[in-house]
Write a protein that binds this ligand. Structure first.
Ligand code: CO
Ligand code: ZN
Length: 354
């Protein structure tokens, strides 16, 4: 699991530029699935046909990660950028980033004034996004262009996977490469089953669940399960009631999610899918947590609204510091999520006997 996650985290894929992630997944699943193809938007769809062929179960994990994009190159070769997905300003400063060009990737840094040159009041202030820029070491616009830097180049954090204590790992893009790793492992370990299983690695989740929208329409499954991250609240600065989810205490099974204040725009997990996932965990005494998540949603939200409505649920991986270059998850939670997925496929015909 750790080696697989490291490979996936190393790949880069802001929304709409997920190619290198897709290549890693294709290689991993070669020979482990019956069918594998890429659709018009770039979703990677894989399939294993069951002995009964029903129900059809669609799993979804998104390949894209939040990041940045080249917006403007100034005459001295400094690069201004746009945000792609929900990135806040604070973690950006002093980061090392990679700009992905046609000629390969270039390392740059998001620089800032040193304390020596700051006025007293500047030291207390947060530097705003509008004032940030990337320095790749070039001295002119032409110099940057010669390296391959162009308007629209994707930019990702430069941060590979590192292990912490207690089976925790940290890196960028664990949202949602963790989900991708769990889905790859599930497909690899899946025995002969009655249900037919689709594993869909989606594009453009972070900017509006776009890949999930079109792939659910195409596959029209009997039920769907998204694999994504959720915010753990088990560290200083968050009150326990704000997010009672804890890292290392098992995957979370979603009850609801959506916008803060109203839970609008999100998902009410379908009761049958929710119960299926709970039974799948309890079957082997796999630890799990129940999740009411205010602020954010997943691919399952788009899938449930496809065609005439598709029963959908979510298995979430508790994650600290989401959408930063130092996201943290537990390898044990990821391993337990694979087990829940495998059991859910086995139990699916009982819940969705057609
Ligand atoms: Co996200
Ligand atoms: Zn996500």
């Amino acid at each position: 699991m750790k080696e697989l996650l490291a490979k996936l985290v190393e790949a880069s894929g802001i929304p709409g530029a997920e190619d290198s992630v897709r290549e890693v997944i294709k290689k991993e699943l070669q020979g482990h699935v019956g069918e594998m193809f890429t659709d018009n938007l770039g979703n990677l769809i894989t399939k294993k046909i069951g002995t009964l062929g029903k129900p059809t179960v669609m799993f979804a994990a998104h390949m894209d990660e939040v990041g940045l994009m080249v917006k403007y190159i100034d005459e001295k070769g400094f690069i201004k950028f746009a945000k792609v997905g929900g990135v806040v300003d604070q973690p950006l400063l002093s980061q090392r980033v990679k700009i992905h060009t046609e000629k390969g990737s270039i390392v740059g840094i998001i620089g800032a004034k040193p304390p020596h040159l700051m006025k007293e009041e500047e030291r207390k202030k947060i530097v705003e996004f509008e004032d940030m820029f990337i320095d790749v070491g070039t001295t002119s616009k032409e110099d940057a262009e010669k390296l391959g830097v162009r308007i629209g180049n994707p930019i990702t954090f430069e941060r590979g996977l590192v292990e912490l204590r207690n089976k925790l790992v940290t890196g960028k893009a664990l949202d949602d490469r963790a989900g991708c790793a769990i889905l790859i492992e599930t497909m690899k370990r899946l025995p002969k089953t009655e249900a037919t299983v689709y594993a869909v690695f989606t594009v453009q989740e972070e900017i509006g669940l776009r890949g999930a929208t079109v792939s659910a329409f195409k596959l029209n499954p009997n039920l769907a399960i998204a694999l994504d991250i959720t915010s753990a609240g088990d560290y200083p600065g968050i009150k326990e009631f704000e997010s009672p989810i804890k890292i290392g205490h098992g995957p979370a099974i979603k009850i609801v999610d959506g916008r803060k204040e109203s839970l609008g725009g999100g998902l009410v997990a379908h009761p049958k899918v929710r119960e299926l996932l709970i039974k799948a965990a309890e079957k082997e005494e796999i630890p799990y947590q129940l999740e009411v998540m205010e602020g954010g949603t997943t691919d399952a939200t788009a899938i449930q609204l496809s065609r005439e409505g598709i029963p959908a649920g979510v298995i979430s991986i508790p994650t600290r510091y989401a959408h930063s270059p130092v996201e943290v998850i537990s390898l044990e939670d990821a391993e337990n999520a694979v087990k829940i997925c495998l059991n859910a496929v086995q139990l699916a015909p009982r819940f969705f006997g057609l």
